[in-house]
Design a protein around this ligand. Structure first.
Ligand code: ZN
Length: 118
């Protein structure tokens, strides 16, 4: 067996394997009975069952459509993908999806919900 330098994870959207560093980990936080919020965990520090997703709106959409989140996290109930969707969209919009970590003006980052700029 060859030891890989990077652990691989499977994207819940497109089901492709990729280095963990290219995927966004997220976990479900309970909001009460049968309600969960999917929150991003870029530092991979949160306890509990997590799953992974490309920083790509297309993968997010695929996962939502196939209800892959509930399956990956073994949850039944209402899953709120809002926080996760926001993280994917803002990260893609900021152009940091390729691993670049340069954020010269983090305090100037506004929230953008305008998806029509692609
Ligand atoms: Zn993917």
């Amino acid at each position: 067996m060859v030891r890989r330098a990077y652990p691989e994870r499977t994207c819940v959207g497109c089901r492709k394997r990729a280095p963990a560093s290219e995927l966004l980990r997220f976990v479900a936080i309970g909001n009460g009975a049968d309600r969960f919020s999917l929150v991003p965990d870029p530092a991979r520090r949160r306890p509990g069952r997590g799953a992974h997703l490309h920083l790509d709106p297309a993968c997010l959409t695929q996962a939502e459509r196939r209800r892959a989140f509930g399956r990956a996290l073994r949850l039944t109930g209402v899953l709120d993908t809002g926080p996760l969707a926001e993280a994917v969209c803002t990260t893609v919009a900021a152009g940091t999806a390729d691993g670049g970590r340069t954020e010269p003006h983090p305090e100037q980052q506004g929230r953008t919900t305008d998806m029509s700029t692609r």
